[in-house]
Design a protein around this ligand. Structure first.
Ligand SMILES: [Mn+2]
Length: 361
């Protein structure tokens, strides 16, 4: 297993690369989408939060597709700092909103996704993380409710009162001039159909390009959010996604915190089931207390999940990919993001060190 760190777009600088190396990381997962752009409610030194119903920010330029040159330059820049570029996480809603919405630009936007996958292959970036979701990561509330009064977030109940306004999807604004109104509610079957069509078209391209697609489950894992269905909100629903298009390039961005928030199944069984199949592309590690619709994100060393047990299951099943901290509570200091990440990375590094000691006897 490899220790990695996720970096948001504004963190793609030498200082953050040095921080990752100093914390013992060998790998980095990058976000090229700027979730924080023009966002009113997001501090850049935290995960993108939005409000319960406020968007993270405004999507990028639909015509400025990520180029081969910038991907390759980024991979080289990271390698020069002693880091591997393990994955790009998430597509900008500007590129694929009508794939999610089955809108008039779907055909054009599917081609954009294919182009990105091909460029990633050429740039030797092996994994594309994505989250096929209408409401996206939303509906959460922030407060000083973590250990020691740390600012953290979670759910305080369902988030279906306020529908998604026109021009917004995946918790970002993709059309600031959209007409008033809201997204019509669709069924679970309709949304699964959209995902299956997406996979049928993109997986063959990913196979050819040598890129693995890695799906994040719905976070928070509610059956509906903002009056729209969600796809992977119980552990077994990940299997349906895998079986839709069986391929080694159709895999999972396995988020342990999200799995733990699910009302059904068992987080240890889920990690065992999918890692035994070799379907785990990379891991988001995060602890929580409670389950939807009442849960809270916690520090890695507390919460409901035995993280040592999770990492031991992954090791037992031969998982050799990257583990990154997901989100952490904000630690009280002048660098709350860094402190939270350093604490989590230190914890994971210690567990991996124990595993290596056990293996070498
Ligand atoms: Mn996650």
């Amino acid at each position: 297993m490899k220790l990695g760190l996720g970096l948001y777009r504004h963190m793609l600088t030498q200082e953050y690369y040095d921080f990752a190396r100093q914390a013992g990381c060998t790998d980095v997962v990058v976000h090229l989408t700027d979730y924080f752009r023009e966002g009113a409610t997001n501090a850049r030194n935290n995960q993108p939060t939005g409000g319960k119903y406020d968007a993270w920010g405004v999507a990028g330029d639909p015509d400025a597709l990520w180029t081969f040159a910038e991907m390759k330059a980024l991979r080289r820049e990271l390698e020069d700092s002693g880091l591997r570029l393990a994955a790009i996480e998430n597509l900008d809603p500007a590129y694929w909103h009508d794939v999610l919405l089955d809108g008039p630009l779907r055909t054009v936007q599917i081609e954009k996704v294919k182009t990105i996958v091909r460029r990633m292959g050429e740039a030797e970036i092996p994994v594309l993380g994505y989250n096929f979701s209408l409401a996206g990561v939303c509906g959460r509330v922030t407060g000083r409710s973590g250990r020691g009064g740390a600012v953290t977030l979670g759910m305080d109940g369902p988030a279906d009162e306020v529908p998604i306004p026109n021009g917004m999807v995946w918790n970002m604004i993709y059309d600031q001039n959209a007409l008033p109104g809201t997204m019509p509610t669709v069924s679970h079957a309709q949304l699964w159909d959209r995902l299956e069509r997406f996979l049928a078209e993109i997986v063959p391209v990913a196979e050819q390009a040598g890129v693995q697609l890695a799906a994040h489950p719905d976070d928070p894992p509610m059956p509906t959010m903002r009056q729209q269905p969600r796809l992977v909100y119980q552990p077994e629903m990940y299997q349906r996604l895998l079986d839709a298009v069986p391929s080694r390039n159709n895999a999972l961005e396995m988020c342990v915190g999200t799995l733990a928030e699910m009302t059904g199944g068992d987080v240890y069984d889920a990690v065992d089931t999918y890692s035994r199949q070799g379907k785990v592309s990379y891991i988001h590690l995060r602890n929580v207390t409670g389950k939807v619709p009442q849960y809270q994100e916690t520090f890695i060393d507390e919460g409901d999940v035995d993280m040592v047990k999770i990492l031991d299951i992954l090791a037992k099943n031969g998982f050799d990919g990257v583990v990154i901290p997901d989100h952490t509570p904000q630690m009280s200091c002048s660098a709350p993001w860094h402190a939270g990440m350093a604490h989590t990375l230190g914890f994971i590094a210690a567990v991996l060190a124990c595993q290596r000691r056990d293996t070498t006897g």
